[in-house]
Ligand binder design. Sequence first.
Ligand SMILES: *[C@@H]1O[C@H](CO)[C@@H](O)[C@H](O)[C@H]1NC(C)=O
Ligand SMILES: *[C@@H]1O[C@H](CO)[C@@H](O)[C@H](O)[C@H]1NC(C)=O
Ligand SMILES: *[C@@H]1O[C@H](CO)[C@@H](O)[C@H](O)[C@H]1NC(C)=O
Ligand SMILES: *[C@@H]1O[C@H](CO)[C@@H](O)[C@H](O)[C@H]1NC(C)=O
Ligand SMILES: *[C@@H]1O[C@H](CO)[C@@H](O)[C@H](O)[C@H]1NC(C)=O
Ligand SMILES: *[C@@H]1O[C@H](CO)[C@@H](O)[C@H](O)[C@H]1NC(C)=O
Ligand SMILES: *[C@@H]1O[C@H](CO)[C@@H](O)[C@H](O)[C@H]1NC(C)=O
Length: 346
Amino acid sequence: MMVVEWKWLRFIRMALMLLVLEGCRWCTTNACLEHERTALLRLKPFFNYGNQLQSWVEVKGSDCCKWERVECNTTTRRLIQLSLNSTKWEDNMEYDMDNRNLNAWYLNASMFLPFEELKSLYLSGNAIGGNLENEGFGKLASTLSNLEILDLSENYLNDSILLSLSELSSLWYLDLSDNKFERSSHLRDGTQLSLTNLEELDLSDNLFRNNTISFLQGLSSLKSLTLYGNDLQGSLDTKGLSNLTNLKKLDLSENQIESFQSIKDGGRILELTHLEELYLDGNLFNTSVFASLNKLSNLKSLSIRGNELKGSIDMKDLDAFINLRELYMSYNELKDLVIHQGIYIF
Ligand SMILES: *[C@@H]1O[C@H](CO)[C@@H](O)[C@H](O)[C@H]1NC(C)=O
Ligand SMILES: *[C@@H]1O[C@H](CO)[C@@H](O)[C@H](O)[C@H]1NC(C)=O
Ligand SMILES: *[C@@H]1O[C@H](CO)[C@@H](O)[C@H](O)[C@H]1NC(C)=O
Ligand SMILES: *[C@@H]1O[C@H](CO)[C@@H](O)[C@H](O)[C@H]1NC(C)=O
Ligand SMILES: *[C@@H]1O[C@H](CO)[C@@H](O)[C@H](O)[C@H]1NC(C)=O
Ligand SMILES: *[C@@H]1O[C@H](CO)[C@@H](O)[C@H](O)[C@H]1NC(C)=O
Ligand SMILES: *[C@@H]1O[C@H](CO)[C@@H](O)[C@H](O)[C@H]1NC(C)=O
């Protein structure tokens, strides 16, 4: 009699333990938090182009962790990723003279406040023109203290949101490519984008012109910077780059840069001692560029295709690049290319 009872007790205990270990898959408490679910439903009408958010249903107890474009932490059941990219696009987009989208709309960033554990937020390709007044991204700073990845590419954003973005100090990755940023003169000089944890910044396909990149000085942790396809012209003032001492990858391709300005004044770009990859393709550099880079002793790869390199290169200019392994120089007018020891020239 006693023996049987003990067996039953052990069985019940095991069943209970299994239930706990399995994360209680059948319990309703296992679903996402009610206030996160409600907040998602409030976002839905803004991001439901082509009914892409079908699974976001207003059914009590529906587990929003299982909804499309939502990812939760499996332990806490809190949202950690929200991928609302290309969910707003509308047909019949209209543009004005400056190629500004007339259908651009203004986002209320406060709508993301309930997602306190969010790590990644993807909002690219949504025709966002800016933030509603007093509802900028800065509002998220104290609450979303784990936000590391923010993708705002392919929108219609301009300088007016830069200061507000600057408050998101937890950011590690920021994609602002394909927008309307230009650092226009109405922003007082001295305004800095000061995100001290930021390691990757993509500013490609914007409207940055000459001497407008000094606002990058405060990005002391930056490892990768892309300024591909902007309007940088002539002699580039490298002041904005000089403080980025941790930079490993710099892409300045598809601009109209002729030279680095500060070379004459002591050569600020030369201070980028950690730089390993440099892309200068599609600019107007001539062969004097090599002398201006000769302090980049950690450079492993240099790409300078489609520039104004003419004639022959003094191979002594390459001696400084003691770690260089790859040198891309096609689409120039070079002749007599000597293969330099240890460097693959393409
Ligand atoms: C999930 O949350 C737990 C508890 O906060 C944390 O230890 C874990 O690292 C998180 N996992 C992920 C993938 O974020
Ligand atoms: C949205 O972004 C995520 C993360 O970059 C990506 O994996 C996904 O393919 C994108 N979805 C769409 C529809 O663009
Ligand atoms: C922005 O969203 C928050 C949270 O949903 C709301 O409280 C606030 O009134 C909204 N602000 C505007 C200007 O619509
Ligand atoms: C930036 O965008 C805001 C909101 O759309 C607009 O009011 C402002 O005029 C724009 N500024 C520039 C310099 O284009
Ligand atoms: C840039 O570096 C200089 C010299 O180290 C320093 O004085 C200055 O404060 C730095 N600027 C920023 C914005 O960090
Ligand atoms: C770019 O800025 C530098 C330094 O101010 C200047 O020398 C150069 O002429 C400028 N180029 C253009 C095209 O404005
Ligand atoms: C190369 O470009 C620099 C800057 O534009 C210019 O000062 C120099 O004269 C050019 N050198 C040659 C050989 O064309």
